[in-house]
Ligand binder design. Structure first.
Ligand SMILES: [Fe+2]
Ligand SMILES: [Fe+2]
Length: 185
């Protein structure tokens, strides 16, 4: 499917908010890809479709996760994490997207994981700093993002982990492994 066709499809099916966020991540991922020498087409596609799973109600996501054995127990219990692995599955089986790099980046975009490829790092970070995101320090993080990818990721990930702790939510071990791999790299 051509990129503009994919955008139109997403625009039809996503809320205005989700569509705008997805376009923001697409553009931001493309710019980061340019800087870090990653395939721009893959970064754009993965950015645009990273939240494809969010189009579906939680109930449907759980059903698919159960039937297809996607994610682990923690991901299954946390709807905010579930849309990533199920979204990747849906993209393959509904839209026929077969690019393993793109699907892998989408699969890990909520938790991160140890030693993830550059493309996945870029999508993770673009999700955090796309132009629609507003929080204290976002501009500084945007600056770091284009200078030192791992430092920006560590900053974004630690913010997320703090937020998860404050909300007394489950912290996925892959996020800890991701942080350690960034610290040790
Ligand atoms: Fe997401
Ligand atoms: Fe997102």
């Amino acid at each position: 499917m051509a990129m503009d066709e994919t955008r139109k499809l997403l625009q039809r099916r996503a809320s205005e908010y989700l569509f705008n966020h997805s376009r923001g991540v697409e553009k931001c991922a493309c710019r980061l890809a340019q800087v870090y020498g990653v395939d721009k087409a893959k970064a754009s596609l993965a950015g645009l479709l990273h939240d494809y799973g969010k189009i579906y109600p939680e109930k449907v996501l759980r059903q698919i996760a159960l039937e297809q054995s996607l994610g682990d127990e923690l991901i299954f219990r946390e709807p905010k994490l579930l849309h990533a692995p199920v979204g990747a599955w849906l993209l393959r089986h509904e839209l026929g997207i077969g690019d393993e790099d793109v699907l892998a980046a989408i699969r890990v975009h909520t938790t991160g994981a140890a030693g993830i490829p550059l493309l996945a790092k870029i999508v993770y970070l673009a999700d955090y700093i796309e132009p629609g995101r507003v929080y204290p320090g976002v501009d500084e993080l945007r600056r770091i993002a284009f200078k030192n990818l791992n430092q920006a990721l560590l900053n974004a990930l630690e913010r997320t982990i703090k937020h998860v702790l404050e909300k007394k939510k489950v912290l996925h071990p892959d996020s800890i492994a991701f942080r350690n791999s960034l610290l040790l790299s």
